[in-house]
Design a binder for this molecule. Structure first.
Ligand code: DGI
Ligand code: FE
Ligand code: FE
Length: 190
């Protein structure tokens, strides 16, 4: 699917500020893909569609999670997590994207998962560091991303966990498992 068509489709699904975020993720993901040997076309499409389901009503997302065999544990955690797996489903069934690698990058863009592909990592990190983001600590992750992709990703996951814990929020198990998987793999490499 061509970029312009894809952008036209997502633009209808979200308010202006989220569309601008999407453009930021797209540009950032393309840069990270090129730096890290990831297919640019897949990164572009995954980025464009990553927040496709962000504005679906909670009841619709809950129903899809129940009916389409998504992990039921999602329903016990913050509904902010739901748009990622629901997005993967809708992008396949409403938009017609069939590339499983792109769909997984959408599915895991909020929680991560154990054994993330490079494409999934690119989308996760691009979502965190795109130019419109202003979290505390984001500049440090942007710097790391220039020449240490793995450490940048770990820092982004760690910042997310710490941020949620400081607000006394529960942490979705896959988020913790992602952090451990990335750190253990980095230790093996060193
Ligand atoms: O959709 P975006 O805002 O672009 O970013 P995102 O898909 O990374 O979603 C971020 C939201 O998800 C943010 O409000 C925090 C929440 N979140 C991410 N990981 C977890 C989480 N919430 C809980 N409770 N547990 C998590 O592990
Ligand atoms: Fe998201
Ligand atoms: Fe996003």
């Amino acid at each position: 699917m061509k970029r312009d068509i894809a952008l036209e489709i997502v633009k209808k699904q979200m308010p202006e500020h989220r569309y601008l975020h999407t453009l930021g993720v797209m540009e950032t993901a393309i840069g990270l893909a090129n730096q890290n040997g990831v297919n640019e076309t897949q990164a572009e499409l995954a980025a464009i569609f990553h927040d496709y389901a962000k504005y679906r009503p909670k009841a619709e997302m809950e129903q899809l999670i129940r009916m389409k065999d998504m992990p039921a544990i999602l329903l016990e955690f913050n509904s902010e997590l739901w748009h990622a797996p629901v997005g993967a489903y809708l992008v396949e069934h409403e938009v017609g994207i069939t590339d499983g690698a792109i769909l997984n990058a959408i599915r895991y863009h909020t929680s991560g998962r154990v054994g993330m592909t490079k494409l999934e990592k690119v989308i996760y990190l691009a979502d965190y560091i795109e130019p419109g983001r202003h979290f505390p600590g984001v500049d440090e992750v942007r710097e790391l991303a220039k020449n240490d992709f793995d450490r940048a990703l770990i820092q982004a996951v760690q910042n997310t966990i710490v941020f949620l814990m400081k607000k006394n929020q529960p942490i979705y198990p896959d988020t913790f498992h992602t952090y451990n998987d990335l750190v253990l793999n980095l230790q093996k490499k060193d």
